[in-house]
Design a protein around this ligand. Structure first.
Ligand code: E4P
Ligand code: PEP
Length: 338
């Protein structure tokens, strides 16, 4: 931590900061410039944060040098992590395709979507049994019935399941079926849910809040990690901007930024960001090219009848093209399709 003093700061102001830091168990190193003095602090940053340094006389600014998140930070964990989901790797030299229906609707629809996903090269099946919907009148998901359908489809296809949990009270139940828990954009800062997911004994995919900064996203991941679970995958799924042509704006730069700041794998959801079928393939290519560790894509056998997000679901020739993209593009970047 570095304290920048105002040009008017007196020697007394500086000395009292040095004393205060010493009482907090730290050390303060004073560097006197021509017009400004800066004080470098060494010690426990959390302890310094209780001192209200910004409010002291003569202080212009207090700058944090180390990241406020620790367990998910790359500062303390230089090599990038690989998260295993029932044996399927996400991260490292792999590029993982997760695909499936937005919502589990029927056994037939889920199986058909899973087979489409598998044919396209997916090694993990997505599908929501608990749907976080804007409208209370919209389809909310089948709940445990949906989890059972996913479990049957896993048995039939061999694809491990990624599914969303929206309530801390449901974590144990969802974890008893799921291979990976998904925490959606709307719940990124549901701290009780994050903590419960951290204790569930399953890898967690944490989507970025639609109006969250990358730092807030990493702090949310820290909640999961703090409960003893470091098997976390970050998912960029588009953020709210002024642009209305897309459902959300895919923040493609968030991928390398998050990968630089955190050791956790980072994947992209081109379906929920673009919100339109014709954007999914271009955004998938962009995600793979920028170095995403995976993509999660909505597919549906009959998108026009889908109970949730039909307009963004891939079907038919688009899936053939997805298969071609994941079979060729990762290899050009030194990655293998997981
Ligand atoms: C799907 O996965 C989400 O539940 C969906 O995108 C929510 O959006 P909506 O309820 O606004 O349609
Ligand atoms: C989803 O993937 O099913 C979902 C609800 O996505 P998001 O949280 O990104 O809106």
């Amino acid at each position: 931590m570095v304290i920048v003093m105002t040009p008017e700061a007196t020697s007394d102001n500086i000395d009292s900061i040095v004393d205060l830091v010493a009482t907090a168990g730290g050390e303060a190193y004073v560097t006197r410039g021509v017009s400004r003095t800066i004080i470098g602090l060494v010690g426990d940053v959390q302890q310094f944060e209780t001192l209200d340094l910004n409010a002291l006389p003569g202080v212009a600014d207090v700058l944090r040098i180390s990241a406020p998140y620790k367990l998910v930070s790359r500062e303390n964990h230089v090599s990038r992590s690989v998260v295993s989901v029932a044996g399927v790797p996400i991260g490292g030299d792999h590029m993982t395709l997760i695909a499936g229906p937005c919502a589990v609707e029927t056994p037939e629809q889920t199986l058909a979507a899973a087979l489409m996903a598998k044919a396209a090269g997916a090694s993990l099946l997505r599908g929501g049994a608990y749907k976080p919907r804007t409208s209370p009148y919209a389809f909310q998901g089948l709940g445990e019935t949906g989890l059972k359908i996913l479990s049957d489809v896993r048995a039939e296809t061999g694809l491990p399941i990624v599914t969303e949990v929206v309530d801390a009270a449901d974590v144990e139940l969802v974890a008893s079926y799921a291979d990976m828990l998904q925490i959606g954009t709307r719940n990124m800062q549901n701290f009780a849910l994050l903590q419960a997911a951290g204790e569930a004994g399953r890898p967690v995919m944490l989507k970025r809040g639609m109006s969250s900064t990358i730092e807030e996203w990493l702090m949310a991941a820290e909640y999961i990690a703090q409960r003893g679970n470091l098997d976390i995958v970050l998912c960029e799924r588009g953020i709210r901007t002024f642009e209305k042509a897309t459902r959300n704006t895919l923040d493609i730069s968030a991928v390398p930024v998050a990968q630089r700041l955190s050791h956790l794998p980072v994947i992209v959801d081109p379906s929920h960001s673009g919100g339109k079928r014709d954007l999914v393939l271009p955004l998938s290519r962009a995600a793979i090219a920028v170095g995403a560790d995976g993509i999660i894509v909505d597919v549906h056998p009959e998108p026009e009848t889908a109970l949730c997000d039909g307009p963004q679901a891939l079907v038919g020739a688009d899936l053939d093209e997805l298969a071609r993209v994941v079979a060729t593009l990762p290899a050009m970047l030194g990655r293998t399709l997981a």
